[in-house]
Design a protein around this ligand. Structure first.
Ligand code: G3P
Ligand code: CA
Length: 331
């Protein structure tokens, strides 16, 4: 730590707005490629994960849903019409159904063999669709194998940061999600204390259940509870830091929890750190950032890095790597 920074901390000056020197408290934050390099290629495809690794991401993030025959496949949602061409497949037209107010096709109604016939589509408005229809839907196992082979090729270990999506719902269908996840980790030699893996979920139950069964860090995802605004104008998190610190190692926080409604940094990061939690924040996008506050997504990222976050999910890993390099230059 530099003398200036140490002095500033000792004097209690370390808070956003009070410091005048450019700084990055966490000199080696991790770049997590959110659904792969999803800003460039259709999300959750092997091509998007490979590009993210080429761009220098430290971790790649696959979201996991489950097929009828019990395979983890990599999708953000269990409904399939948003990110695949399933709606154009006449052979599946009669498999559309209503669930929770949505008329769609759902991963749990399709075998892996059927899912393999689908091709990914760009779901994000404004992004190129030139790669639509080219890339299949990978299994979690395919992503693990890609990460391993790319790690060997590059001579560095790339990490993997799976998110189990709606595990409680899949449990209600009879899938033993935590057992499935543990089996995947063990099969691939990834349940070791030095494995470069984080497991994340929005649902606390599965993290509590995994707590004594895995050797890798657990991350509780939290979003805004917009119904509760605190005195300083910040939103309450969907799960309190005190509560999640009982079973999670880190918090994966929506970035707007770290600022109040006026965009001023609040005490979320320092409270997390005091509880011994690391903090990874989401989601940083070069093509979707608050233009009233920042001149680019990279500048937005620097603003959050100055608060001391330990990592960040980004759709643009190249921009994320640049911000990390900026951090290194500050320390
Ligand atoms: O997992 C971190 C972040 O990805 C959470 O949001 O909806 O993109 O999975 P989502
Ligand atoms: Ca996710």
């Amino acid at each position: 730590m530099s003398r200036i920074r140490m002095l500033a901390m000792v004097l209690g000056l370390y808070c956003h707005g009070a410091i005048t020197y450019a700084d990055c408290p966490q000199s080696d934050p991790i770049v997590i490629a959110h659904r792969g390099a999803s800003g460039y290629l259709p999300e959750h495809t092997l091509a998007a994960f490979k590009l993210a690794i080429q761009m220098g991401a430290d971790y790649v993030e696959p979201d996991l849903v489950i097929t009828k025959d019990g395979e983890f496949v990599v999708r953000h949602d269990h409904y399939l019409s948003k990110t695949t061409d399933i709606a154009d497949k006449p052979e599946f037209s009669n498999r559309r159904r209503d669930l929770d107010g949505r008329s769609d096709w759902f991963s749990e109604d399709f075998t892996l063999a059927e899912i393999k016939t689908l091709r990914a589509r760009q779901p994000f408005r404004g992004r190129s669709r030139e790669h639509d229809g080219k890339h299949p839907i990978p299994r979690f196992q395919d992503v693990i194998e890609l990460v391993k082979s790319e790690s060997e090729r590059l001579g560095k270990t790339v990490g993997i940061y799976p998110e189990t999506k709606i595990p409680g719902y899949f449990e209600s269908l009879g899938f033993d999600v935590d057992d499935m996840l543990i089996a995947m980790l063990k099969k691939n030699g990834l349940n070791k204390s030095n494995s470069k893996v984080f497991i994340q979920s929005f649902e606390p139950e599965i993290l509590r259940s995994l707590r004594s069964r895995v050797n890798v860090p657990l991350v509780q995802l939290v979003s805004l509870d917009s119904s509760q605004v605190k005195e300083d104008g910040s939103y309450q998190s969907s799960i309190s830091l005190d509560e999640l610190s009982e079973y999670a190692d880190g918090v994966g926080a929506a970035k707007w929890l770290l600022v109040n409604q006026q965009g001023k940094a609040n005490d979320f990061v320092s409270r997390a750190k005091r509880l011994g939690l690391f903090i990874h924040s989401w989601t940083f996008r070069e093509d979707a950032f608050p233009e009233e506050l920042f001149s680019s997504g990279g500048e937005e990222l620097k603003f959050f890095l100055k608060m001391g976050i330990d990592g960040y999910f980004t759709d643009f890993p190249d921009i994320g790597v640049r911000a990390k390099e900026w951090c290194r230059r500050q320390s």
